[in-house]
Write a protein that binds this ligand. Sequence first.
Ligand SMILES: Cc1ncc(COP(=O)(O)O)c(C=O)c1O
Length: 410
Amino acid sequence: MKLSWQVLQELEQKYGECFYLLDISKFKDNYCQLLDCFRSIYPNTNIGYSYKTNYIPKICQSVYELGGYAEVVSQMEYDLAKSIGVPPSRIIFNGPLKYDRDLERAVLANSIVNLDSLQEVKTIVELAKRLPEQTISVGLRCNFDIGTDRISRFGLDVENDGLDAIFKQFKELGNCQVIGLHCHFTTEQRSLESYALRAKKIIELNDRYFPDLPPKFIDVGGGYFGHMEDNLRQQFPFDIPTYREYAEVIATQFSQRFGRDVGPELIIEPGVALVANVMKFVGKIVGLKTIRSRHLALLTGSIHTVKPSKQLPLTIYKNELDSYRIESNIPIDLVGYTCMEHDCLYPEYPNAVGVGDYTVFDNVGAYSIVFKPPFIWPSPPIVSYDATLDTYTLARRQETSQDVFATYQL
Ligand SMILES: Cc1ncc(COP(=O)(O)O)c(C=O)c1O
C-alpha cells in the first residue's frame, strides 16, 4: 500500500474524513507464514481464526478459503460464519455462555464444540439421553495451572478430578464421546515458556485420558504476538516471540510425542497474531489550538477508534496545500473528537503538524472495530486494499446516525 497525502485525499473524497484501511493480502501472508511455521514441524496443524479479534467478513472469508476454521464464542459469531458460507463442521464453538439451544444445534450440526463448564456437560448428557441413536461428540476446554497470578475462569478444572467424572459418565452413556482437548489462556507476556508449559500439560492430559489412541484434535488456543514495527516492539519490557519460536515450543512437543505424521490435529486459535498489523486508521487534523503552554491538534478519530494499549506507530502525511501549521519546539498532543480529557491518541508528538495533514496509525487490527462503542460519533468506514489490483473497495460503509438509533423506540 503506497500512501501519500494525495492518495489519502482521494480516499477522503470517496470515503470521508476518517476510515480504516484493511490490507487483506497482508492478512493472508500472516496466515500462511504462521501455518507454515507450525506445519514444517508438525504437518497436521490447522488454524481456527478468532472471530472476536476482528470479524470483518472479508477476513473471515479469507480464512475459510485458506482452509481454516472459524473460532467463535457466541451465537452471533456462529451466525456470521454460517452466513458467509462456512459449513458447521468448520466452526469451532468456544466461550463461556452457550444457550442450551445453540449448544445442541451446533453439536448436532457437527461443529467442534468445546464445553466450558459442568453445566454444559449436563446439557450434553441430557441431549445424549434424548437421542440414544445419535453419537454426540464434543471437545473439553481444560483449565490447568500455567503459573499465572490469577486463576483463569474458563474451562473445566482438571485438577480436582472433574475430568475423570466426565469421561466416566460419557462412557456409561455409550453414545457420547470426547473428540478433543482444548485450552486457551491470556497472559500479558504471551511468552514462549508459557506456551511450552501449555503444550506439555495438554499432552499430559492426552496421555492420561487417551492412553491408547489420541483424540481427533488438540487445540492449544490463541494469544500469540504477531509481527510489529520496531518502535512498537521496543515499548514492551520483554522479548516478542516470532511465529517460528511459537511453533518450535509447541509443535515440536507434538511431533516428539506423536510423530510427525500420525498424531491428532493440532489446532491453534490466533487472533492478534494474524490481524493486528493488517489495519491502519486514517484520521485528519482538523483543528489546532494553544492553551497556555499546551499545543493541541484535533483529529477526526479518537482512542475509541484505535484502542491504543501502547503508543501506536504513527506516520503523518503533510498537507501539500497551504495550511495553518504549528511550527514549534513544544510537543503537540494529538487529541480525539470525544469530550473526554484523556482522549489523546498521541501525547507530545515532537514534530510540526498542520490542518489538513493525515495521521495514519498502524497496528490497529486487533480488538479495535469490535470494541468501538457508539460513543459520540458513529463508526468510520473500512476500506479494503487489494495489493494485486492496487485498488481500494469498501468493506464496511460509514455508520449513520440512523444505524446507531435503529434499535431504539423513537
Ligand atoms: C478461546 C479463545 N481463543 C482464541 C483467542 C484469541 O486470542 P488472541 O486474539 O489474543 O490471539 C481468544 C481471545 O480471548 C479466546 O478466548
